[in-house]
Design a protein around this ligand. Structure first.
Ligand code: SF4
Length: 430
C-alpha cells in the first residue's frame, strides 16, 4: 500500500508525519486588518494551518495582502483559500495560497465543465507547489450523486473517488480529502469507507482532514467533535484535524491539540467503567468523550459508569449525569435535549452567529430531540444543515430565512424577530 503525503507550504501531513491542527478565520477576508490579527492569534495559539474564506477575485487579492503582511511579521503558517463554487477564484487562489480547498462538483452543474476546470486547477497547483483539499460535506452532494447513492456515506465516498481518480490519472498527489458531517455516525462511517475504498480501488491512501461540521458551541460542540474526530484518531485514521466551534476560532486550537495528543490511544475493548483525571473542564470533556465515545458510537457498549476529577475535585452526580446525556446524544444513542447544528461562521457569515446561537439555544431548550440548525449564510447554509428539522439562516441585509426541513417557509424576516418566529414555527409544527 502506498501512503501519500501532502505538503502544505512546508507543513507535511500523511505518511507518518505529525497530525496538523488547523482552524479557519471567521473574519471578512476583505477586512485584511482583522484577518491578519486573527491569523496572528491563531498562529500564537499553535494552529499549524489557517483557512480563509475566498469567494471571488477580490478576496484572492485580499488573501495575497494578508499573506504578505504575515510573512513580513515572520509568521510562516500556511494559508488555505476556502472556495465553494467559483472555479476561477480557485485558479487565481492557487497562485497565492499554500492550499486550495474545493468541492470540484460545485464548479459547474455540467460535470464535464467541472472536470475540465479541476484538471486546469491541478496544473496550476503543480506549477506552483500548491496543495489541494477536496472537501465534500454531507448535505452538499449534487443531484447526479444523490440520485444514485442517496445522501449517504457511500454517496460521499463515490463523489470524492471520481476526483481522486482524476488526480491519479494526472499524477497529481499533493492532495488531502475531507468528508465532514454534523452527524458523528455518518462522519465516522464516511471516512472509514473512504479509507477502505482508497486502499481497494487506488492501492494508495491520500491524507485525510477530519472534522465534525456544524458541531455548535460550548460543551456539546466539544463533545461532538471529540467523539467524531476521536473515534477515527483512535483507529489511526486522520492526518490533520479541525474542531469547528461557533466561537472565536482561537478556542478551537487547544481542543484539537488535546485530540492530537490522544491520537492512537483507546480504552480496552468492552470497558464500561471509566476513570478520568482532568486538568480543567475542557480537558475533561475532550478526554472523556474520546475514551468513551467510540464504543458508544459503534454500539459496542450501551451504557457506562464514570468517575472523574477536574483539578483534583470529584465531579458531582449531576455533573456526570449531564455529561452522560450530552455524550449519549453526540453518539446518536439517546436524545434528551434539542440537537443544534450550527456552522462555525466564516467570512461569509451575515450576522453575529455566536450570540445568535446562544439566543436560539436559550429560547428552544424545551424542544428535546428536535434538530435545529443555525447557519451563517444562505449560499451554503441550507445545503449543509443536512437533516435539520428547522433552520435559521442568514440572508443578508438584516434579514433571515426560516426553514422547515429542507424547505424555506418564511423569508425576509427581520433579524430582531427571527428567534421568536423560529420558536413559533417549531411550536406550531410539532
Ligand atoms: S454556512 Fe456558515 S461556515 Fe458555511 S459558508 Fe456559510 S457562513 Fe461560512
Amino acid at each position: 500500500m502506498k501512503y501519500l503525503s501532502c505538503n502544505i507550504g512546508g507543513v507535511v501531513i500523511g505518511h507518518g508525519h505529525p497530525i496538523a491542527v488547523q482552524s479557519m478565520c471567521d473574519t471578512d477576508t476583505m477586512d485584511t486588518i482583522r484577518s491578519v490579527a486573527q491569523c496572528r492569534d491563531l498562529a500564537a495559539a499553535g494552529c499549524d494551518i489557517i483557512r480563509l474564506t475566498t469567494q471571488g477575485p477580490r478576496q484572492v487579492e485580499a488573501l495575497a495582502q494578508i499573506k504578505a503582511r504575515l510573512r513580513a511579521d515572520g509568521i510562516a503558517t500556511p494559508l488555505v483559500a476556502d472556495i465553494h463554487f467559483n472555479a476561477d477564484a480557485a485558479l487565481a487562489a492557487a497562485l497565492v495560497a499554500e492550499k486550495v480547498r474545493i468541492n470540484p462538483g460545485n464548479f459547474s452543474k455540467d460535470h464535464a465543465v467541472a472536470m475540465a476546470k479541476f484538471a486546469e486547477l491541478l496544473e496550476i497547483c503543480r506549477d506552483n507547489g500548491t496543495a489541494i483539499r477536496i472537501g465534500l460535506n454531507h448535505g452538499s452532494l449534487g443531484e447526479r450523486i444523490t440520485s444514485q447513492y442517496g445522501d449517504t456515506p457511500l454517496g460521499m465516498v463515490r463523489a470524492v473517488m471520481e476526483w481522486l481518480q482524476v488526480c491519479v490519472e494526472k499524477e497529481f498527489y499533493n492532495v488531502t480529502v475531507s468528508l465532514k458531517a454534523s452527524n458523528t455516525k455518518v462522519m465516522a462511517d464516511a471516512y472509514r469507507l473512504l479509507r477502505r475504498t482508497m486502499e481497494d480501488e487506488l492501492g494508495m491512501v491520500f491524507p485525510l482532514h477530519l472534522g465534525v461540521t456544524e458541531a455548535g458551541a460550548g460543551d456539546t460542540g466539544r463533545i461532538k467533535s471529540a467523539v467524531g474526530i476521536g473515534t477515527l484518531l483512535s483507529e489511526g485514521i486522520g492526518d490533520t484535524i479541525r474542531v469547528s466551534l461557533t466561537e472565536n476560532p482561537v478556542n478551537e486550537v487547544p481542543v484539537a491539540q488535546k485530540l492530537r495528543d490522544l491520537a492512537g490511544s483507546k480504552a480496552p475493548e468492552g470497558t464500561t467503567d471509566f476513570c478520568i483525571d482532568a486538568a480543567d473542564r475542557e480537558d475533561f470533556l475532550v478526554k472523556a468523550s474520546y475514551m468513551i465515545g467510540p464504543a458508544l458510537l459503534d454500539g459496542r457498549i450501551d451504557d457506562f459508569n464514570l468517575k472523574a476529577t477536574i483539578a483534583g475535585r470529584d465531579l458531582t452526580e449531576e455533573e456526570i449525569s449531564s455529561f452522560k446525556d450530552d455524550l449519549m446524544q453526540a453518539c446518536r444513542r439517546r436524545f434528551t435535549k434539542p440537537e443544534y447544528i450550527a456552522c462555525p461562521g466564516c467570512g461569509r457569515t451575515l450576522y453575529n452567529i455566536q450570540n445568535l446561537l446562544k439566543e436560539v439555544m436559550e429560547a428552544t431548550k424545551e424542544f428535546a430531540g428536535v434538530k435545529i440548525a443555525v447557519m451563517g449564510c444562505i449560499v451554503n447554509g441550507p445545503g449543509e444543515m443536512a437533516d435539520a428539522d428547522f433552520g435559521y439562516v442568514g440572508e443578508g441585509g438584516g434579514k433571515v430565512t426560516l426553514y422547515k426541513g429542507p424547505e424555506p417557509v418564511m423569508r425576509g424576516i427581520p433579524q430582531e424577530q427571527g428567534v421568536e418566529k423560529l420558536v413559533e414555527l417549531i411550536r406550531n409544527s410539532i
